[in-house]
Design a protein around this ligand. Structure first.
Ligand SMILES: Nc1ncnc2c1ncn2[C@@H]1O[C@H](COP(=O)(O)OP(=O)(O)O)[C@@H](O)[C@H]1O
Ligand SMILES: [Mg+2]
Length: 361
């Protein structure tokens, strides 16, 4: 069983708290991504799971076996985990096949078995014909695949990734995301993947664990996290958001009305009370912009301040009185700034967060 169970994990470096209490259950075969800004404790958490760091508090189990607790850590090489890092750590003087075979030779497996397993691992990452090449002759993307083959060939119970695609150029990074995802699904290996790139997280993850300041801010499937952020931090870190501070005017089972600057904003969200301070969130792509007045609620006359044509969409900034809103229009309109337009926010696309959910400044 390669279930990973993390309970009450705390890690300090001297007086500094890098991980401030994390509880996380990762199911067998699940692909979990630790996402968050630089310094939020992702790498430290991963290193604790790998056994490269000891814990101050808490416990880590693999299956039913405790592998880390304060004062005890099963050594990394006995955890049956494969690791892939940002720097590929490929040995340039060895061939591709020798790089991949390295761990198996350490285990003193029979030569024929090593040959078979290396061939299979290289096929898996699409490098079946590159075994005899010198590793230094490969491109960055190919080297990263060698690193992946080297981890997979050991048939680990868990794969750990720390920003493995960060050194690749944008196009290749995007392609490798899909490849990694497909490979993981084929192998079914429990995987824990660290990145600060929200799009990468969305593509790869079964479940995204959003971290902030050494803690878990929110976790869930990519769609849930995007559509139902539970805090301003989550709303701003994942995707773009119009953020409108306001006060609840009225709330009933049918929805809530908020006054936010010039706007009387209707949201389908319920469970608020009049006078409560809230923050309304609306994703730019959910803004509807039209020349004619639309039917329905939450429609205002607006002035187009700025418009950027981005090919597939137009990124637009509109003013409604003192409130500026950002929209992303698809298909892209090419209206000139200064144009008078209508803007509408469907109430079911207006997310309300009580102000308690805002992090202390
Ligand atoms: N070896 C270390 N010694 C001291 N502080 C560290 C060490 N490793 C990490 N930290 C600190 O712990 C915090 C979390 O770091 P890290 O886990 O690397 O974050 P992330 O991977 O999310 O960018 C940061 O404040 C970082 O400076
Ligand atoms: Mg890191």
């Amino acid at each position: 069983m390669s279930r990973v169970s993390i309970r009450g994990l705390v890690k300090r470096f001297g007086p500094a708290v890098a991980v401030a209490g994390i509880d996380l259950e990762i199911a067998d075969g699940e692909f979990v991504v630790l996402l968050g800004p630089s310094g939020c404790g992702k790498t430290t958490t991963l290193r604790c799971i790998a056994g490269l760091e000891g814990l101050a508090e808490g416990e880590i189990r693999i299956g039913d076996q405790v592998v880390s607790r304060p004062g005890y850590a099963l050594p990394p090489e006995r955890r049956e985990m494969g690791m892939v890092f940002q720097s590929y750590a490929i040995w340039p003087h060895l061939s591709v096949a020798e790089n991949v075979a390295f761990g198996l030779k350490l285990k003193k497996l029979p030569a024929a078995e090593i040959r078979d397993r290396v061939a299979r691992a290289l096929d898996l990452v699409g490098l079946g014909r590159y075994g005899d090449r010198g590793a230094s002759q490969l491109s960055g993307g190919q080297q990263q695949r060698v690193a992946l083959a080297r981890a997979v060939v050991l048939e680990p119970g868990v794969l750990l990734f720390d920003e493995p695609l960060s050194n690749l150029d944008a196009k290749l990074r995007e392609k490798m995301r899909f490849e990694l995802r497909q490979l993981q699904q084929r192998l079914g290996i429990t995987s824990i993947y660290v990145t600060h790139d929200q799009q990468e997280a969305m593509v790869i993850a079964d479940r995204v664990v959003l971290m902030n300041g050494g803690r878990i801010e929110q976790m869930g499937g990519p769609i849930e996290l995007y559509q139902r952020p539970k805090s301003l931090f989550a709303a701003e870190f994942i995707g773009l958001a119009n953020i409108l501070p306001g006060t609840v005017a009225s709330s009933s089972d049918g929805g809530t009305t908020v006054s936010a600057g010039a706007l009387a904003l209707h949201s389908a969200d319920t469970g608020f009370r009049a006078g409560q301070r809230v923050t309304a969130i609306c994703r730019p792509e959910n803004l509807r912009v039209s020349i004619d007045r639309p039917e329905g609620p939450n429609a205002w006359q607006a002035r187009l301040d700025l418009s950027y044509f981005l090919g597939n969409i137009a990124d637009v900034y509109l003013s409604v009185g003192d409130v500026q809103l950002r929209g992303q229009l698809s298909p892209p309109e090419t209206w000139a700034p200064g144009k008078s337009l209508w803007v509408q926010m469907p109430p079911d696309k207006v997310i309300l967060l009580p102000d308690e959910a805002m992090p202390a400044q």
